[in-house]
Design a protein around this ligand. Structure first.
Ligand code: NAD
Length: 296
């Protein structure tokens, strides 16, 4: 596998493109929005600069890696020579099903179709293609260039051969792949999202404030970031949609999203991406304070 296509150039797509290009793969980065592609290349360039300043990459490595990334707004042109497609578009079932129907038509017969979905069933996505044995979950963590884990999710029909190819490929990117089966939330979000939801309920019920909840989890449990701030980084809309997948998938009320989370998303308070969630980020992610909405 040498030609990789990444669909969606947002938070995750630009990170995935960054890592593949850094390790020598040719990358087609595809998005429906030209400005998202431009923003992604600027972000990748800045993130390479960070690696250069830490001494883990040289200027030459950066320019070679950037030279391996081509951007496209046409899906058809972008994926036609790809050996592996990694879909990292918006977390929305109909967007993903529509993309996989098209990919199945356009891509080479032996191309592997992976999705970076946080929670949507791999089996359901695979079922709209004529190659369910070649559809797999490749769930990178945010920020992709930094985080070591890749959760490799085997759908009901994914072949062992494809699973083992993706496990090996992940190690070539110096990641640590973990193979899991396809059930709602897989492993990462089945455990993480109820914790985040419980932190939001703890705030909603007035047990403690934002700073107190995050401090308890950082200092008491050695988490590098409190659950409320982590939710802001993931995106409150993304957290809500994952909780809904868990709730629908298991039919268990313990996964019901906290009404405060629902209200915040409906009001457009989505965390870092919208500038405000539990914290207010001005102007970037480094400067933040408790959102004025929660000031006592
Ligand atoms: P994002 O909103 O930052 O970016 C999504 C991008 O997809 C946008 O640029 C949008 O224009 C593009 N897009 C939408 N429809 C498209 C289409 N049909 N064709 C091409 N591009 C399209 O989202 P994100 O946070 O990068 O999440 C992407 C995926 O990764 C989701 O499935 C999400 O669940 C998953 N994920 C997110 C995180 C996280 O921390 N944000 C972590 C792991 C996995």
């Amino acid at each position: 596998m040498n030609n990789i296509a990444v669909i969606g150039s947002g938070t995750m797509g630009n990170g995935i493109a960054h890592v593949f290009a850094q390790y020598g793969y040719k990358v087609s980065l595809i998005d429906v929005q030209q400005n998202a592609l431009e923003k992604a290349i600027a972000t990748i360039s800045r993130n390479f600069d960070r690696q250069i300043s830490k001494g883990t990459l040289t200027e030459e490595d950066k320019s070679m890696a950037l030279g391996r990334i081509q951007t496209f707004t046409s899906l058809e042109v972008g994926v036609k020579n790809s050996d592996l497609v990694i879909e990292a578009a918006t977390e929305n079932l109909s967007v993903k099903l529509d993309l996989f129907r098209q990919l199945d038509e356009i891509c080479k017969e032996n191309a592997i179709l992976a999705t970076n979905t946080s929670s949507i069933s791999i089996t359901k996505i695979a079922a709209v293609t004529s190659r369910p044995d070649k559809v797999i979950g490749m769930h990178f963590m945010n920020p992709v260039p930094v985080m070591k884990l890749v959760e490799v999710i085997k759908g009901y029909a994914t072949s062992d051969e494809v699973t083992s190819k993706i496990m090996v490929l992940s190690t070539k990117l110096e990641k640590v792949p973990v193979e899991v089966n396809d059930y709602p939330g897989f492993v990462a979000n089945r455990i993480l999202m109820p914790m985040i939801n419980e932190a939001i309920y703890t705030l909603f019920e007035g047990v403690a404030g934002i700073e107190e909840i995050d401090t308890v989890m950082k200092l008491g449990m050695a988490h590098p970031m409190g659950p409320l701030q982590l939710a802001d980084f993931i995106g409150l809309d993304v957290c809500l949609s994952i909780l809904r997948v868990l709730f629908d998938g298991f039919g268990n009320p313990k996964y019901a999203p906290c009404p405060l989370l629902v209200n915040m998303v409906e009001a457009g308070f989505k965390g870092v991406k919208s500038g405000e969630g539990f914290y207010k980020y001005t102007p970037g992610v480094k400067d933040f304070m408790i959102s004025p909405q929660f000031k006592k």
